[in-house]
Design a protein around this ligand. Structure first.
Ligand SMILES: [Zn+2]
Length: 145
């Protein structure tokens, strides 16, 4: 599986997934996650080199199981606060400190709403940033050590 790294494509805003494409997009992302085994907690469609238009979909592991979310939106819990932590990305070199909301709700068009907190909420926001063309190198500060 080819992962896009440091290409302009990664800054494109992904397009909404049409209903008749849900099936293959879900299968493709599940397969891509499987091929990466434990290297990725999440993966956005734009990161997978298919030579196609980036689509608004991502996969992430929840309770050890890979779930795919189509046309997702993250609704942060503002009173839950935010925190800054180190993040890595298969598409970006280096580590970056990124501020994220600690809690929120993930709404999508193919799954029931999911309440997320902590690490899962962080992964979700990282992946949705990908769908908006935002990388950790845009959102965060490079970790120097
Ligand atoms: Zn990433």
């Amino acid at each position: 599986m080819l992962i896009q790294k440091n290409t302009n494509v990664l800054h494109n805003v992904s397009e909404w997934v049409p209903t008749d494409s849900y099936g293959w997009v879900i299968n493709m992302l599940k397969l891509a996650m499987k091929s990466l085994s434990n290297r990725a907690h999440g993966l956005a469609h734009v990161q997978v080199d298919r030579g196609s238009t980036p689509l608004r979909a991502f996969a992430m592991k929840l309770d050890g199981k890979v779930e795919v979310f189509i046309n997702p939106v993250f609704k942060p819990s503002v009173i839950g606060g935010s925190s800054t932590e180190e993040e890595e990305c298969l598409s970006v070199n280096g580590k970056f400190n990124v501020s994220r909301f600690k809690k929120g709700k993930l709404i999508s068009q193919n799954q029931s709403p999911v309440k997320l907190s902590g690490f899962d909420a962080r992964v979700c926001q990282h992946e949705i940033d990908h769908l908006d063309g935002i990388l950790i190198s845009d959102a965060g500060e490079k970790v120097t050590s």
